[in-house]
Design a protein around this ligand. Structure first.
Ligand code: GAR
Length: 200
């Protein structure tokens, strides 16, 4: 696999910036070919433009999944993207998209999957009363937050945590493990056995 990344965002974009920083610091051998936001007002989009990256808004509002996904696929192919990285991309991808980029879509999720998939994972963890939570870098398959797990990091949940304080502790780990997971996948130094991603 060559190393051109297509990054999909919906909001703040701190994971995208962590990827960009890892590339800048030569911890990750990759190139950001395009950043696409499905929300026009996403702060991450402005951050990408400020860094001089190829960045675009592709509004998803009002479009059905297949129509929107086809537009996304077209833009990603135009930019000759090898690996699609979801970074706070808050829209479900349809089967057509997932088949188009088979085992070439990654996501970062703020819980230790399979616990607390879906929205507000940090809030779900607090409500459930778990003593540890964390984050998961994984391949994207059909089915919410369901693909093979590449790496995880755990953090403690403290007695006085709020969703905000827990999110901040988890986010720090997201920024560390996501670029590493991307590096592993780009290197091809792994195999997938069933659901297990095994580094070579
Ligand atoms: C991150 O915590 C990411 O794990 C989460 O959204 C946040 C985006 O922050 N993603 C999900 O919940 C996906 N199911 P960012 O825009 O600053 O990277």
């Amino acid at each position: 696999m060559s190393n051109r990344l297509g990054i999909l965002i919906s909001g703040r974009g701190s994971n995208f910036l962590a990827i960009a920083d890892a590339i800048g610091a030569r911890r990750l051998d990759a190139e950001i070919a395009i950043v696409i936001s499905n929300r026009l007002e996403a702060p991450g989009l402005a951050a990408a433009q400020e860094r001089g990256l190829h960045a675009m808004a592709l509004a998803s509002k009002g479009l059905d999944r297949e129509t929107y996904d086809r537009q996304l696929i077209e833009e990603l192919h135009k930019s000759r993207v090898d690996l699609v990285c979801l970074a706070g991309y808050m829209r479900i991808l349809g089967g057509h998209f997932i088949r188009e980029f088979h085992q070439r879509i990654l996501n970062i999720h703020p819980s230790l999957l399979p616990a607390f998939s879906g929205l507000d994972a940090q809030h779900q963890a607090l409500e459930h009363g778990v003593k540890f939570s964390g984050c998961t870098a994984h391949f994207v398959e059909e089915g919410l937050d369901s693909g093979p797990i590449i790496s995880q990091a755990a953090v403690p949940v403290l007695a006085d945590d709020t969703a905000e304080s827990l999110s901040a502790r988890i986010l720090k780990e997201e920024h560390r493990i996501y670029p590493e997971a991307i590096g592993l996948v780009l290197s091809g130094q792994y195999r997938i056995e069933g659901r297990r991603v095994i580094p070579k």
